[in-house]
Design a protein around this ligand. Structure first.
Ligand SMILES: [Zn+2]
Length: 69
């Protein structure tokens, strides 16, 4: 899995930072992890995540994509 796949391709794209921030707030309200919007390095859009280019879940040794065959 490349950095681009982790940071961009596997994520929802938002046209504006405001839209991404709204989604991040919604996730937080629903009891999800603290997320923040970021300007993507790989596409002209925004995503919601922990940090740009950093796959937090990979630290636990469980790549998200590989949990589903
Ligand atoms: Zn992107």
């Amino acid at each position: 899995m490349t950095e681009e796949e982790v940071a961009c391709l596997g994520k929802t794209r938002f046209l504006t930072r405001r839209a991404a921030k709204r989604r991040a707030n919604q996730i937080r309200r629903e009891g999800g992890p603290a997320m923040r919007p970021y300007d993507c390095d790989f596409c002209p859009h925004f995503h919601v995540g922990h940090r740009p280019g950093q796959a937090t879940y990979m630290r636990h040794g469980i790549p998200l994509q590989e949990t589903q065959p």
